[in-house]
Design a protein around this ligand. Structure first.
Ligand code: ARG
Length: 426
């Protein structure tokens, strides 16, 4: 190759491989959903500098800055990037029950990278990962933030903490002679505090615990409490004093109440929540994260996906009641965050839960707010995400049509931008 050609190739490679700096971007939005006012505004424009929004207003009075990259979404509806408060990026839906035992930690880490990308392309620009093996979520969060892997912004829960034989802490699949003990087992208040400290040491953003049994774990009773009130109080106290919020998995009413009285920040699943639980959640401002899409996926797949027969039996007791209690809790004024338990169903289908939330009592706007404003507050990032405003991250998506009329449009997101960078543009 002649030297001049080599130089051209070198320049081309340098430009192609340079870390993407978004520069100035201008978005023409045919319609823009202001999630705070609930209004759909026509012919809007958004000006973005690198990762953040610097201006937003009517297109007619918002000029295109010189040199800006323009994205014409004038045939679409633009809204803030979605957030899922409960997705297990390191798990896959076809690896349930005993199949999960064959997944090594490095394999789980690689699955995480794959699923992070799928989740981002589905329109979810921030997610909370409540529990993953070996702090794989912390590594994934940091790799995404460093631009090494494409994915949503992650809040990492680290290792889930619970009792011996617990739903989210222990490995209950193998007989005693294997000596398998889950990495999150902590019995007693001080052991629970120690595990919180360890999670914080290794980079967890929040703490995940389990205060009842679960559907998908072997040998746990879904309605029965796990952890005593004393243990839960110690765990929450330690987490809060280290500046971390606590998410507690809880299906049964007693375990829900124990977690609420201990001061957790969110209840995951909340399937059998009773009036007292709803009252306490309202009084404390605790967010309920109810994964009401899951049930139809689990019962639809059955043993094909490896779900244990006992899990299917438990799901038949939980699913329909959870949906009715979602309706009750919402009608009673409880705060509901959007969380799906991704990984139980295939990643990327997160948006399917919106229409179930509407079916069980929310308006489309309320369902969208739960995945934006409510989750941003739960994640502690409400000053920079969850809405489209100057100073906020340029995390936004676009869909065809009007999601306030048809919320299922959020199952088919056409445009995804995170921190000013476009990941999808159909
Ligand atoms: N991870 C949860 C558990 O095992 C999944 C529950 C799914 N079922 C439901 N109806 N939300 O308990």
């Amino acid at each position: 190759m002649r030297p001049s050609r080599l130089r051209i190739l070198a320049v081309f490679l340098a430009v192609a491989c340079a870390p993407v700096s978004a520069g100035t971007t201008y978005i023409k939005a045919g319609r823009l959903l202001d999630v705070e006012s609930g209004r759909l505004l026509a012919d809007q424009a958004i000006v973005i500098e690198d990762a953040r929004i610097v201006g937003i207003g009517p297109a007619g009075t918002t000029p295109i800055p010189a040199g800006a990259t323009v994205h014409d979404l004038s045939a679409k509806t633009v809204l803030p990037g979605l957030m899922d408060a409960h997705t297990h990026l390191h798990g896959d839906a076809d690896l349930q029950g005993y199949r999960a035992l064959a997944v090594s930690l490095p394999a789980a880490a690689i699955k995480g990278a794959k699923n992070a990308r799928v989740t981002l392309l589905a329109g979810f620009t921030t997610v909370r990962v409540p529990g993953s093996p070996g702090y794989a979520d912390v590594a994934l969060r940091d790799a995404i933030a460093a631009g090494e892997v494409d994915g949503p912004r992650i809040l990492a829960g680290g290792v889930s903490i619970g009792i011996t034989g617990g739903h989210c802490s222990d490995n209950n699949l193998l007989p005693a002679e294997y000596g398998a003990v889950g990495e999150g087992v902590a019995d007693g208040p001080w052991a629970a505090r120690q595990k919180v400290r360890q999670n914080v040491k290794f980079g967890a953003d929040f703490i995940k615990t389990c205060s009842t049994g679960g559907v998908l774990s072997k040998g746990t009773e879904v309605g029965a409490p796990q952890y005593s009130p004393e243990e839960l109080k110690a765990l929450v106290d330690e987490a809060h004093s280290l500046g971390r919020k606590v998410a507690s998995h809880a299906h049964g009413a007693t375990g829900i109440r124990n977690a609420l009285l201990a001061g957790v920040d969110s209840i995951e699943h909340a399937s059998f929540i009773d009036d007292e639980g709803i009252r306490l959640a309202r009084q404390n401002g605790t967010v309920l994260v109810m994964d009401i899409y899951n049930t139809e996926y689990i019962l639809g797949e059955g043993e094909k996906a490896g779900f244990l027969p006992e899990s299917l039996e438990k799901e038949r007791r939980v699913g329909a009641t959870q949906r009715e209690n979602f309706r009750r809790a919402h009608q009673a004024g409880a705060i509901i965050g959007f969380g799906t338990d991704g990984g139980v169903y295939p990643h990327g289908q997160n948006g399917r839960q919106f229409s179930r939330m509407v079916q069980f009592g929310m308006t489309p706007l309320q369902a969208i707010r739960s995945a934006t404003l409510v989750n941003a507050r739960l994640f502690g990032i409400e000053q920079e995400a969850g809405a489209l405003k100057p100073g906020y991250y340029a995390d936004l998506i676009a869909v065809d049509g009007d999601p306030l009329q048809d919320v299922s449009l959020l199952e088919d997101v056409k445009f995804v931008m995170k921190q000013g960078r476009v990941y999808k543009d159909e």
